[in-house]
Design a protein around this ligand. Structure first.
Ligand code: PEP
Ligand code: MN
Length: 271
């Protein structure tokens, strides 16, 4: 694979070091207008540090919307140019790593369905060799800390210096209050084992619904997580994926205002 021309990633680095780190944006990039408008409305809140959007969506069943694909990457670049928000995208293959970096995506993340598969994690890690980009690693869908740690180790061995964790809960059979049970003790144990890694919480995929997002977000902050990733959409009910759990950028801002942060201002906490 050809080497990736990287531009200097200052905005991404600055956001990476910000506490609390707040990432938001749609589950999926759908159209250029949707990505750009979401980014503009998020930027207008002045409470969000990084724009997320799924470009390639690992769906449980075929025939559903599987992501817009690489054609959505220029939309993210455009959103970044217009708002200054650095971008983050889920990658699951070497080609996706390459495509995302070609369009100056600032931070990559490995999704829960990829963390479970060491072959896929290794492929992503191999594509990252020689690249300087921060990588967030979601917990695997099943409650297995060794699998999560294994993914961290594979990415670290590829030379990536900035690695972070995303706690998005764990899948279980049957109906529960949560889409993915938080099993907080596992995230706490992962944090204990990896004190040097930042860990953020993803209330959207834990809850699967809007009405309990706030409780989960508050609990994560009470447990001293370093930030939150929460999905937002300009028209949540009509989102092409994860419609039930997305909120508008303005609703997100209300939630962030309502959270009791455990230190006075973000700047006061030294890292
Ligand atoms: C997502 O972030 O939209 C996503 C697919 O998440 P997860 O990997 O946690 O299921
Ligand atoms: Mn989603």
């Amino acid at each position: 694979m050809q080497t990736i021309e990287q531009t200097k990633n200052e905005a991404g680095q600055k956001a990476w070091n910000k506490r609390p780190l707040i990432i938001s944006g749609p589950c999926s990039a759908e159209t250029e207008e949707q990505v750009v408008q979401t980014a503009q409305r998020l930027a207008a809140t002045a409470k969000v540090d990084m724009l997320r959007a799924g470009i390639w969506k690992p769906r449980t069943k075929p025939g559903m919307f599987e992501g817009i694909g690489a054609k959505g990457l220029p939309w993210l670049l455009q959103a970044k140019k217009l708002t200054g928000l650095p971008t983050t995208v889920e990658v699951a293959t070497g080609k996706q790593v390459h495509d995302a970096l070609t369009f100056d995506v600032d931070v990559l993340w490995i999704g829960a369905r990829t963390t479970v598969n060491p072959f896929s994690v290794q492929e992503v890690a191999d594509a990252l060799r020689g690249v300087d980009v921060p990588v967030l690693i979601k917990n695997p869908i099943n409650p297995d800390l060794e699998l999560w740690s294994g993914a961290v180790e594979r990415v670290a061995r590829s030379g990536i210096k900035n690695i972070g964790l995303i706690h998005r809960g764990f899948s279980s059979y049957g109906n529960t209050e949560y889409r993915n049970a938080p099993m907080w003790h596992l995230a706490i144990e992962m944090k204990r084992r990896n004190p040097e890694l930042l860990i953020i919480n993803d209330p959207s995929h834990i809850c699967g619904r809007r009405d309990i997002l706030m409780d989960v977000a508050q609990k994560a902050i009470d447990l001293d997580f370093d930030g939150l990733m929460i999905e937002s959409h300009i028209d949540p009910d009509n989102a092409w994926s994860d419609a039930k759990q997305q909120v508008t950028p303005e609703k997100l801002a209300e939630m962030l205002d309502a959270i009791k942060w455990r230190y006075e201002t973000a700047e006061e906490k030294e890292f």
